[in-house]
Design a protein. Structure first.
Length: 136
């Protein structure tokens, strides 16, 4: 059952330092990322990652407009944060999609909390690489 009595749904998604906010409202199927249409989003592999939840929910996609605002992080993290935000908003709009998304990829609804390991003192370049010792 579609949730048409709620006019606007706002959900967020995170990946590393990227934060995305998706605003879903009834419409005709227009998807925008940072003000520009998803069709012209570059680079293409990241656009395809953002489109995954939209492809899985084709019947619901044409009934809503989605505006995504994403900040921070790199291109990969921004695309992952965007797809999480879009998926969460679509699940709230149509709860039947949760099982579809979970069967396809759990990462559509659950954030990956891994971060880069911090730099340690007395290392050169990497988090765990130490200076080599010579006893000669």
């Amino acid at each position: 059952m579609l949730n048409l009595n709620k006019t606007i749904i706002i959900k967020s998604g995170k990946r590393k330092t990227a934060i995305a906010k998706a605003v879903l409202r009834p419409g005709t199927g227009v998807v925008r990322v940072n003000g520009s249409l998803l069709n012209i989003y570059e680079p293409v592999p990241y656009r395809l990652r953002i489109e995954e939840p939209l492809i899985l929910s084709e019947e619901v996609r044409n009934k809503v407009d989605i505006d995504v605002t994403v900040k921070g992080g790199g291109s990969n993290s921004q695309s992952d944060a965007s797809r999480i935000a879009i998926s969460k908003a679509m699940v709230e709009f149509d709860p039947k999609l949760k099982s579809v998304f979970m069967a396809y990829d759990r990462q559509l609804l659950v954030a990956d909390v891994r971060l880069k390991e911090t730099h340690k003192p007395s290392t050169h370049g990497k988090a765990r690489a130490k200076k080599q010792k010579s006893y000669r």
